[in-house]
Design a protein around this ligand. Structure first.
Ligand code: NAD
Length: 378
C-alpha cells in the first residue's frame, strides 16, 4: 500500500477511523487490489493436525479470506505446503523470523494454531506486527495471559477472535434462538458432555501441563462451558467441580475427568462433564414447556438435533471452520459482529480457573461475577 501501510490500515480498520461505509465505497485507487478488498490473507501458525486436516482445507472453501502464508518449524512442511497451496516464497515463515511478517501485505490475519502455552506469545507478536488475530481455543493457559493478549490487541489496534468454531455453526445459533425466544419456555437445566478417549503417545503436548495448561478441561471442557452458557443464555454466577481419575498411569500430569455444576442468574442450573477417558458429545436443554438436544453437539459435524415436539433440527452441513474464518473476515471487512471475541475466551478461562480452584478446595462452590462478559448478541 502506498499512502498508508498495511499495519496502519489494519489499525484504522479496527479503531473505527475507517468506518464500514468508507470500506464498502472505498475506491480501488486507495491502494488495495480488488482481490484484497474482498478477501483477507490468513497466515496459519503451526501446521499440526488441526491446520492440516481442518483449517487449510476449509480455507479453500471460504469467501472472505484465503490462505496466504504459513509459519512452521519444519523445513519439509515448508515445501509441501508451498507446492500444495501455491504459496509465494516470501510467505513462508518459521518461528524465529515470524516477526518479519509485519512487512508482508499479503497477511491480514494471523491464526495461532500451536500448543496452548504458545498462544499468548504468538498472538502478542502478531498484534505487534499489526495483524488481526484468531487464537485457537483455549485462548491461553491462564487469565493473565488472556489479559495480555487482549491488551496487546487494544494497544496495537487490531481485532481478536478465539477459534470457537461452534459460534459460527447454524445448529448452535438455532439453539441460541430457542433460548432467546423461549421457544420451549424458560430454560431450567442444561446438561453437556464433551469428551473423548485419549490413547495416543503419552508424550503428546496435550498431556504435558507446561504446554497444555491442563487436561480434558482445557481441551474439551471449554466446549461444555460454552454449551452451558449458550444453553441458558447467561454467564454462571457460581460453580462447583470434582475431578476423577481411572487411568492415573497415563494421565500423570493433567486432569482426566471433571464434572461441574453451575448456577445462573435466571435460576437455571447446568451440569457439565469433560474427560480424556470417555466418549461423549452432547447437550440437552430442558425448559418449562419442552426440551431440545444436540448429539453430536460440538464435533466437526454433521451435527444432529431433536426437539420435544418431535421435530429434528436440520441444516445442510458446511465446514464450521470456513464459516468461522469468514465470520471473522466479515467482522473486519464489513463491521459485522465478532462472534467469538477475546473477552469470550478470557471469560471461559476465568471459569476454568474457578473449576480448578473448586477442585483444589474439595468441591467448594466458587462465586463468579462475570456480568455479560463475552456474551455476543447479534
Ligand atoms: P498438533 O499437535 O497436531 O499440532 C501442534 C503444532 O504445533 C505442530 O505443528 C507442532 O510442530 C507445533 N509445535 C511448535 N512447538 C511445539 C512444541 N513445543 N510442542 C509441540 N508442538 C509444537 O495440535 P493441534 O491438534 O493442531 O492443536 C493445535 C491448537 O489448536 C491447540 O491449541 C488446540 O486446542 C487447537 N485445536 C482446536 C480445535 C477446534 O476444533 N477449534 C481442534 C483441534 C485443535
Amino acid at each position: 500500500m502506498n499512502k498508508i501501510s498495511r499495519r496502519n490500515f489494519n489499525k484504522k480498520l479496527s479503531t473505527g477511523l475507517l468506518g464500514t461505509t468508507l470500506i464498502s465505497t472505498m475506491p480501488l485507487s486507495f491502494g488495495m487490489t480488488n482481490n484484497e478488498k474482498k478477501s483477507l490473507g490468513i497466515a496459519l501458525v503451526g501446521l499440526g493436525s488441526y491446520s492440516t486436516y481442518q483449517l487449510a482445507p476449509a480455507l479453500q472453501d471460504t469467501s472472505f479470506c484465503h490462505l496466504s502464508a504459513i509459519v512452521t518449524g519444519s523445513k519439509d512442511k515448508e515445501q509441501i505446503w508451498k507446492d500444495k497451496y501455491n504459496l509465494a516464497e516470501n510467505c513462508i515463515y518459521n518461528y524465529e523470523n515470524f516477526d518479519t511478517i509485519i512487512s508482508n501485505d499479503a497477511v491480514d490475519i494471523v491464526y495461532v494454531v500451536l500448543p496452548n502455552s504458545m498462544h499468548a506469545d504468538f498472538s502478542i507478536r502478531a498484534a505487534k506486527a499489526g495483524k488481526h488475530i484468531i487464537c485457537e481455543k483455549p485462548m491461553a493457559i491462564n487469565v493473565s495471559e488472556c489479559d495480555a493478549i487482549i491488551d496487546a490487541c487494544k494497544k496495537e489496534g487490531v481485532k481478536l477472535s478465539v477459534g470457537y468454531r461452534m459460534q459460527s455453526d447454524p445448529y448452535t445459533n438455532e439453539v441460541k434462538k430457542y433460548v432467546r425466544e423461549k421457544t420451549f419456555g424458560s430454560v431450567r437445566h442444561v446438561s453437556s458432555t464433551a469428551a473423548y478417549i485419549s490413547r495416543r503417545n503419552p508424550q503428546q503436548w496435550r498431556l504435558n501441563r507446561a504446554l497444555s495448561g491442563g487436561g480434558a478441561l482445557m481441551n474439551m471442557g471449554v466446549y461444555a462451558i460454552q454449551t452451558s452458557i449458550y444453553g441458558t443464555g447467561y454467564n454462571p454466577i457460581s460453580i462447583s467441580a470434582q475431578e476423577f481419575s481411572t487411568r492415573p498411569e497415563y494421565f500423570k500430569d493433567t486432569d482426566e475427568t471433571i464434572t461441574a455444576q453451575m448456577e445462573f442468574p435466571s435460576g437455571a442450573v447446568a451440569d457439565m462433564f469433560t474427560s480424556h477417558n470417555t466418549s461423549g458429545n452432547r447437550m440437552r436443554v430442558s425448559c418449562d414447556k419442552g426440551w431440545f438436544d444436540l448429539e453430536p453437539a460440538h464435533s466437526y459435524g454433521p451435527i444432529s438435533g431433536r426437539t420435544s415436539n418431535g421435530n429434528t433440527i436440520y441444516f445442510p452441513h458446511k465446514s464450521q471452520q470456513a464459516l468461522q474464518m469468514d465470520d471473522f473476515a466479515k467482522h473486519i471487512l464489513l463491521g459485522t459482529a465478532n462472534v467469538a471475541p477475546g473477552e469470550m475466551g478470557k471469560r471461559d478461562m476465568i471459569i476454568v480457573e474457578a473449576i480448578y480452584k473448586s477442585i483444589a478446595e474439595n468441591g467448594k462452590k466458587q462465586l463468579l461475577d462475570l456480568g455479560s462478559m463475552g456474551i455476543v448478541t447479534k
